[in-house]
Design a protein around this ligand. Structure first.
Ligand code: IVH
Length: 677
């Protein structure tokens, strides 16, 4: 609509334009808040809103109650109520080859001390490429539906779940029962949706999974309904219910009896049958009306599943055996060098854009300069690229070489000009200027505000670069001082910013002044410490001060943490610059209390006790015994000392037993251990 001088508008014209602005603003609010997929910049949004305000000022009679000028805008991050999952919704470990699957079986065999003759039973399922959801029923009635969220706390999407046609609102089971499964968008519905979006010149969804995600988190359930989502059930949580199942296939049958849809599943006994099922489903994939990205194998016996327990965020009893990722050919147009948030230098190939699994790819990582040398990569080469999941694609080989020379590593940092360093034990080059290299700082701050860290909505790399360049922020702490700084230098006066976008930004920042412990740990950017390790550390240490003061031995005891990583974390918290940063940050934010996934029974004999195992156990493997003890809140020692509370002895125990006797530490047999735990 062409913009004309407001004073020359007739009342009809003003009304027409107001209607247009109202519907546009509503559409953009929806794109911003629900779809996380804005079409216009904040400045353009502000322009629309300012125009609406001005027309209303001149034509006050046209101002209606439903005008966007009457609302401040939805509060960021509180669109949906939160629901705490009774038991966490975790994820699966991945396998990519027959060897990985053999390892998976062997790991289980060792963990449970099963003989070579043991006759395994796996429930083989399709891995649906959608979003997991939990649906609670009480006395036959659907009570709520929740997203996975961060695995512990999901979002209440009950009204949207109720619009999914194959999810019953009423089931024939009188007690409390929670059903879990995958919400997905059928491929034909996805194609139709994108066609309509294209017709309306709206941005399309890249794949059915994104489309399902965008449709499930809608404020208006009518929109969700129109998207024709579907649900496959694959799990029943029996906590707080009277139900008891023996196998995963029993669960699947019960789900069918309750009239839930399940994807086709089968029983496999050994690696040959596993490979057959996997290959069969891979062939079948083309003919399905939904996307699958692999198969899932679950130990069928629920008793064994319980015994196997978890490692990190994944169960030991199940695995996703993924399909091979897709590959495409393209040409390297240029090679750029980037400085990561830890100073790591990464060469990046700029590609001739190519379509891969529905997404246009124009960049690929070259990892490091040794890799360039090994593959002898130069600008102009035709290469094969591979993409799996959401990660940045990588180059797997050169198909045709150009005449150009192999790309040479730089000597100085492209951002700050400081000489690059090669540490003897590491492959990568590093910029050592951790505290004032602009690209490093910008990348760290961008990481800090990103989804797995503080998740500040509407604050991305673009804003970080803008604020950094003008000196508005120099460190992540400055994010929380932005609103105060506004009094000195108002952001709304700057080009590209308006009152509304500034307000939205400060709202988004203020919404994150409370942060969970795992997110806080992830945000510190300790090399190698991502979401998974942060969760483990949070579970173990329960507050940040315990983690800061932790000793190397305690860190090494954290499941899944190697010695190197423990060393890295230990030295991170011995660096004054880091401690100073944490202290400053804590004066602006609150770290929420953290409760570990394991709510321990405080009456258990081994709760908070230090245990040590010695000799050969006969009823279970050492790993299973340790795991069992950890799951009851015990700690495991690696050497005998006065701090050890119990020594558990198996057959042929040696020097540790002798030392325990000398130190008068209580000694338990394997039988006594099992009885008491
Ligand atoms: S069982 C502990 N079974 O894959 C998690 N998950 O990569 C138990 N998924 O978060 C999940 N199809 O969203 C299971 N047949 C299936 C599945 C399935 C798809 C998803 C699910 C899970 C993710 C793990």
């Amino acid at each position: 609509m062409p913009k004309s001088d407001i004073n020359s508008l007739s009342i009809e014209e003003a009304k027409k334009e107001l209607d247009f602005l109202k519907s546009e603003l509503k559409r953009h609010d929806n794109l911003y808040y629900n779809e996380s997929n804005p079409e216009i910049s904040d400045a353009e949004y502000d322009e629309l809103r300012n125009r609406l305000n001005e027309i209303e000022k001149i034509f006050p009679n046209l101002k209606s109650l439903d005008s966007p000028s009457q609302k401040v805008g939805a509060t960021v991050g509180t669109l949906f109520q939160k629901i705490k999952h009774e038991i966490p919704m975790l994820s699966l470990d991945n396998a990519f080859s027959q060897d990985d699957m053999i390892d998976f079986i062997e790991r289980i065999k060792r963990f449970l001390k099963l003989s070579d003759e043991y006759k395994f039973e796996f429930c083989a399922e399709q891995k649906i490429d959608g979003l997991s959801a939990a649906i609670l029923y009480e006395n036959g009635k659907l009570i709520y539906g929740a997203t996975r969220g961060d695995g512990y706390i999901g979002e209440d999407i009950t009204e949207n779940i109720k619009t999914i046609s194959n999810i019953p609102h009423q089931i024939d089971y009188p007690g409390r029962i929670e059903i879990r499964g995958e919400v997905y968008m059928p491929i034909d519905s996805f194609k139709k949706l994108n066609e309509i979006k294209e017709l309306n010149a709206e941005p399309t969804f890249a794949n059915p999974r994104n489309a399902a995600a965008g449709s499930l988190r809608q404020l208006n359930p009518q929109i969700t309904k129109s998207r024709n989502l579907k649900f496959f059930a694959y799990y029943i949580n029996t906590t707080n219910s009277n139900l008891k199942f023996h196998t995963q296939t029993d669960i699947m049958q019960f789900l069918e009896k309750l009239s839930f849809s399940t994807a086709k599943y089968a029983i496999c006994h050994n690696i040959e049958e596993i490979m057959d099922y996997y290959n069969k489903i891979y062939q079948l994939r083309e003919n399905l009306n939904y996307d699958i990205d692999g198969t899932v194998f679950k130990i069928n016996s629920l008793e064994l599943q319980d015994r196997l327990g978890f490692i990190g965020r994944s169960p030991r009893h199940s695995i996703a055996f993924k399909f091979p990722p897709e590959i495409a050919e393209t040409k390297i147009m240029d090679i750029k060098v980037s400085v990561g948030r830890t100073g790591k230098i990464t060469p990046i190939a700029i590609l001739e854009p190519v379509n891969l699994m529905g997404a246009m790819i124009s960049k690929a990582t070259l990892h490091n300069f040794e890799e360039i040398e090994r593959k002898s990569i130069s600008i102009g080469d035709t290469v094969r690229i591979l993409r799996s999941g959401d990660v940045i694609p990588k180059i797997i080989g050169v198909i045709r070489k150009s005449q150009n020379q192999v790309f040479r590593p730089p000597l100085i940092c492209p951002s700050c000009g400081v000489s690059l360093i090669k540490y003897p034990q590491l492959i990568d080059l590093y910029c050592p200027n951790h505290y004032s290299c602009p690209e490093q700082a910008i990348n760290y701050i961008s990481y800090f505000v990103s989804k797995n860290c503080f998740d500040i909505i509407g604050f991305g790399q673009k804003q970080v670069i803008e604020f950094y360049k003008e000196g508005r922020i120099k460190s992540a702490v400055d994010i929380f001082k932005l609103e105060d700084y506004d009094k000195i230098s108002p952001l709304s006066k700057k080009q590209g910013w308006g009152e509304v976008s500034v307000l939205k930004l400060y709202q988004a920042i203020n919404a994150k002044r409370s942060v969970s412990l795992p997110r806080f740990i992830t945000s510190l950017g300790i090399p190698g410490v991502g979401e998974v390790i942060s969760n483990m550390l949070a579970d173990k240490f329960e507050n940040i001060d315990n983690l800061i003061e932790s000793q190397k031995e305690e860190l090494i005891e954290t499941e899944g943490l190697g010695e190197l990583m423990a060393e890295e974390i230990y030295s991170f918290f011995r660096n004054d610059i880091n401690l100073n940063f944490i202290n400053k940050l804590r004066s602006y934010i609150t770290i929420l209390p953290h409760k570990s996934i394991n709510t321990f029974d405080k009456n258990n004999k081994f709760y908070k006790k230090m245990l040590i195992f010695t000799g050969m156990l006969t009823r279970m493997s050492r790993d299973e015994a340790k795991n069992l003890a950890l799951s009851k809140g015990a700690k495991i020692a690696t050497s005998i000392s006065k701090n050890v509370n119990f020594v558990i002895v198996g057959e042929n125990a040696g020097s540790k037993l002798k030392k325990a006797q000398e130190l008068n530490i209580p000694i338990l047999t394997e039988e006594e251990f099992i009885k008491n735990i």
